[in-house]
Design a protein around this ligand. Sequence first.
Ligand code: SAH
Ligand code: SF4
Length: 444
Amino acid sequence: MATVLDIAKRNPNAAPVAVSDAARVAGNAAIEKTAELTVVTGAAPGGASLVGLTRDQLKDSLAAIGVPERELKMRVAQLWHWIYFRGARDFAEMSNVGKGLRAKLAEAYTLARPQVVSEQVSKDGTRKWLIRMSSTGPFDKGAEIECVYIPEVDRGTLCVSSQVGCTLTCSFCHTGTQRLVRNLTSAEIVAQLIVARDMIGDWPDAMPPEGAFVPNDGGRFVSNIVFMGMGEPLYNPDNVIAAIGVLSDNEGLGLSRRRITVSTSGVVPQMERLGAEANTMLAISLHAVRDELRDELVPINRKYDIRQLLDACRAYPGLSNARRITFEYVMLKGVNDSDADARELVRLLKGIPAKINLIPFNPWPGSKYECSDWERIERFSEIVYRAGYASPVRTPRGRDILAACGQLKSETEKLRARARLMLEQGIGAEGVYALGTASKPLKV
Ligand code: SAH
Ligand code: SF4
């Protein structure tokens, strides 16, 4: 088992990580890893920070500093407006909250955001942030996740992470090779949107950074959210569903649930719940049309096969022609990209209101696949299109900064190796974090 030096609390019940690098290389990867780390559900970023909390969590935080029961609802509404509608960073801004309470709040809590360790801006305007979550316990130096902002003329999409690393082990995905895994809390998920709005000036009275590419249709700079960053959202359903509640609240962050898409590799037993409780759009990482191949590419298929997955899709609450499921299909040269594959894809999806999203494979260091040739992708897309599906080929965004689908892998892994080295050399862990990344911490 690997030594955990850097993040979160050791999970006393955790089994060793089930996947060794050797096993992966041998193509013998286990379906999933067991989390080495646990975190208290509902913990806020910044420990005492109120940013990211649900209404109930805010209520408890207020009650804990002695706000009387009869005032709680009104006070929560006030805080909600300041934190989520206005993006307040200081209790002093909260002009309709009495001075006494403001002082009490400032004594007990903060409005701290997780730290943006680095920002990379792609030639195409895509921005990738490495975000360090605050410590959740004595052994936790702060887990790192990546979050990507993809601006277009008429929309801005934020790609958020739901876990540090990923529990699963899809063979073409960089995140799947990361061994450190823990669930993000709902507050940590919400905080990614707060950070994005801070960074691109998407609050009332704020301005985007000079020269930044942001949508110019008069709407919000972040108009859509996709759970397509690190992690399998349906392995962390409680926190994902709670976070969606905060993200979509009309009196705060106000994102339409129809503009939130949760992508899953196929955690069949949780799909119904997602539809019923979060009512978001659904995307399925299909990637193969035969179980034999899908077992290899998306190993969770060995637990829930294609037939079970598609049955769960047919039963997804709210499914209609106006609310289609997106099927993601990564184009892997010579692996899943033949004409026969395209025809089988169309046959399988018959009767399901669907969109098909062809994703050119994004290579990462050490990956064993290649992206299909452009002519092959066009031909595949043509077959799917003739069968009546819009089949946009997703333009890879942010490839130059490794921000495209499946390229995310946080520095936490590298940090761990460095931490070990430094400990061996007798340098304390604090030094590790001071030296954690090449980029200078950003002030936001
Ligand atoms: N775990 C979830 C969501 C995150 S992955 C899921 O698997 O659906 C987001 C999307 O990126 C998925 O469709 C995933 O299969 C795809 N992806 C992963 N690695 C990729 C790569 N290297 N190139 C292109 N797409 C990739
Ligand atoms: Fe996890 Fe999704 Fe990557 Fe598979 S594709 S390893 S489920 S993030």
